[in-house]
Design a protein around this ligand. Structure first.
Ligand code: GLV
Length: 307
């Protein structure tokens, strides 16, 4: 019997336990804190619980999210234990929908028409074809690549930025060292990057200054990617005209944050995508089985790469 401890403030233990114990009769799931920490062999968690040092028999960590930056940056996270994250097509599809909704609202000027409506003003603007807009996607992992493909399908001139710079059909791909060429004259930028020491603060004045005037930014990566003060300045100068921010350094976004009230900034409460039990349960079950049978683990975290 393999003992798995469960720790998440976003997921209900009873619901996950019911779904998992039917699939994995050879495993026992217990909520954190476990009665016998030294018997725990796997951790199913969002956050690392306090006192993980007691888990002397731990062999595997399955994160209940796609991003694992919070685990990797925690000095308490054991260095030598495999960690897996979850990336299901349901999460990828949800992110593509969210980004497309934001990009299309910006492209077709829906916020402008909403403002005109509030003044009962009939004010048609010229229609700009999507082929005249340059849209860039930062990060071309499973999420970013799907977003970039959708942007290309919608007809935008689409650029992508990735660590490898590996070519992708219909996308003009740049490697991280070419970030300046990637960003220059972009009309919209979408951040889907994982948070690593190399990407913290990447959404900064240095990039905003090179974008076209009146640009749009979407951040669905992590709050720490964005230097908020630089974005606020970019709005003040008119370089940036609109933003869709779904992730923040501090979540929930504090009531005194200036971001709530900047005209053109749309704040959403980290909802662009999420792990749903119905779709993730089979991945979690398979990964737990794999971790103890030597079979390949899905979406195993590359500790060197940091995601
Ligand atoms: C959401 O942000 C996730 O990492 O799953």
């Amino acid at each position: 019997m393999t003992l798995v401890a469960f720790n998440s403030r976003f997921h209900d233990f009873d619901v996950w336990n019911r779904a998992l114990r039917d699939r994995l009769p050879e495993f026992t799931f217990v909520p954190w804190p476990p009665v016998e920490p030294s018997r725990v062999e796997a951790l199913l968690c969002w956050d690392l619980p306090a006192d993980t040092g007691q888990l002397s028999n731990l062999k595997f960590i399955q994160c209940l999210g796609a991003g694992v930056d919070h685990l990797l940056s925690n000095p308490e996270t054991p260095r030598d234990i495999p960690i897996a994250r979850i990336v299901h097509v349901d999460q990828v599809g949800a992110l593509v929908q969210f980004v497309s909704a934001s990009i299309l609202a910006w492209h077709r000027q829906l916020p402008l028409y909403r403002r005109l409506q509030s003044d009962k003003t009939w004010g048609p603007s010229p229609r700009i074809p999507s082929a005249q807009r340059k849209v860039g996607v930062m990060g071309l992992g499973k999420f970013g690549a799907a977003v970039a493909q959708e942007m290309a399908r919608l007809g935008f001139q689409t650029r992508g930025l990735s660590r490898s710079g590996r070519p992708i059909e219909n996308i003009q791909v740049f490697s991280m060292s070419d970030v300046t060429a990637f960003i220059t004259d972009l009309d919209a930028v979408i951040c889907t990057l994982p948070l690593t020491p190399d990407t913290i603060g990447i959404l900064s004045r240095r990039l905003f200054e090179r974008m076209s005037n009146g640009a749009h930014i979407i951040n669905v990566g992590r709050g720490e990617h964005l230097i908020e003060a630089d974005l606020i300045d970019a709005f003040a100068s008119g370089r940036m005209a609109s933003a869709s921010l779904d992730v923040f350094r501090t979540e929930p976004l504090p009531p005194d944050s200036p971001l709530w009230a900047i005209p053109g900034v749309e704040v959403t409460p980290h909802v662009a995508t999420s792990v749903r039990l119905e779709s993730a349960i089979d991945i979690v079950a398979e990964n737990l089985r794999a971790a103890f049978s030597g079979a390949p683990i899905s979406d195993l975290v590359d500790r060197q790469g940091g995601y």
